[in-house]
Design a protein around this ligand. Structure first.
Ligand code: PLP
Length: 362
């Protein structure tokens, strides 16, 4: 069957080159071959995240580390900053871990604002907070630097930040932000196959984790740190993913990080222009739109155009592209187009051509 190219916001299209890197011969995870591989990617990841901390490799999807962060850093109560499907679910996950969790809920499409976080933290009730930088379900980015600046005022609160669909597409300097955990699954902006999560922790987070009970083993941050010092992981990792990550990091630095960020900004602007050209409005509050995906409004209520999203998806799929028809409660009243990963103005141009053709036949 012909491959349908992924333009959904994750997993995203994986290049042939990345799959070739994935398929290198296996090595033992306690041997020098693996240590050399980890020692090679470690400084690249540290440069990418502008950090002196060690960067860890977890064989899990992002949720593994998102849950792990709660178990490592929340003795009692977490503030869940909620603005869409993924951030809303993080509250539920905290409760399933036996933590007391309180919602800071804003309407889907709105960002989390630092002043609201400040008010909640001022109550002194919270050990930690969870924040999603780029809420993929709504295509909305929160002002992470402004929120992270509150860490100075509340040094004992652990700031856990999910950058799953933004890491590598926008600058995220971990040490300068001063947050405690920064994590990303690699099937989104990294354009690797699903199954690997990259994350890092502050010295304060590591000190805190050592005091928190019931961290478990698989996602114990203390174990990750201990092993990373020896260029190893606590358990047998998906070594093929790390080969592929190595190849991908080489690509990032060959392109140049600044150029990579500019490319995402450019291709995202092209998508917004495509939507405007067809009379659509965007779902996120103005000024907080994601640069890695575009969440387009559909329907009269949005003040823009109405189309049959399922039919649009089908007509685009027949031309070889998969787009997303909206997530959760905004399915059908929105649709999402991803420009994450390896996409260029040229490859995005092919998607717009397919979309244009589909629009003409709706
Ligand atoms: C996709 C996504 C997740 C969940 O990732 P999994 O790989 O399914 O665990 C979490 N947060 C954000 C922002 C995402 O986009």
């Amino acid at each position: 069957m012909a491959h349908v190219k992924l333009h959904i916001p994750g997993p995203v299209e994986v290049s042939k080159k990345t799959f070739e890197a994935f398929c290198q011969p296996m090595v033992g995870h306690r041997g020098q071959g693996f240590k050399d591989l980890y020692a090679k990617v470690q400084p690249q990841l540290q440069t990418l995240l502008a950090t002196k901390q060690l960067v860890y490799l977890s064989t899990s999807s992002a949720w593994g580390v998102m849950e792990g962060a709660l178990r490592n850093l929340t003795a009692k109560k977490v503030l869940s900053c909620m603005k869409g499907a993924f951030s809303d679910k993080w509250l539920d996950v905290a409760k399933r871990c036996g933590k007391d969790a309180e919602a800071l809920q804003v309407p889907w499409g709105s960002p989390i604002r630092a002043e609201d976080v400040d008010k909640k933290l001022a109550t002194g009730q919270f050990n930690s907070l969870t924040l999603i930088h780029n809420e993929t379900s709504t295509g909305t980015m929160s002002p992470v630097a402004e929120i992270a600046a509150l860490k100075k005022k509340y040094p004992d609160v652990m700031f856990i930040v999910d950058a799953v669909s933004s890491m590598t597409a926008v600058p995220l300097g971990f040490d300068a932000l001063g947050v405690d955990v920064l994590l990303a699954g690699t099937q989104k902006a990294f354009a690797l196959p699903p199954g690997l999560t990259v994350f890092t922790c502050s010295p304060a987070a590591l000190a805190k984790a050592a005091t928190v009970k019931d961290r478990g083993y698989y996602f114990d941050f203390v174990e990750f740190e201990k092993n990373a010092k020896e260029s190893m992981t606590p358990s047998t990792p998906s070594i093929p993913h790390i080969y592929a990550l190595s190849s991908k990091l080489d690509e990032f630095f060959a392109e140049g990080l600044e150029k990579r960020y500019a490319r995402h900004a450019q291709t995202n602007q092209m998508t917004r222009d495509w939507a405007a050209k067809h009379g659509f409005t965007l779902f996120p509050e103005k000024g907080f739109e994601s640069v890695t995906l575009t969440c387009v409004n559909n329907g009269a209520k949005s003040g823009g155009r109405t189309v049959d999203v399922a039919k649009l998806q089908k007509l685009v799929k027949d031309q070889g592209f998969l787009i997303d028809g909206g997530y959760g409660k905004i399915k059908g009243t929105t649709f999402r187009l991803s420009n994450m990963g390896d996409e260029t103005p040229e490859t995005m141009g092919r998607l717009y051509a397919a979309l244009d053709s589909a629009m003409g036949r709706l």
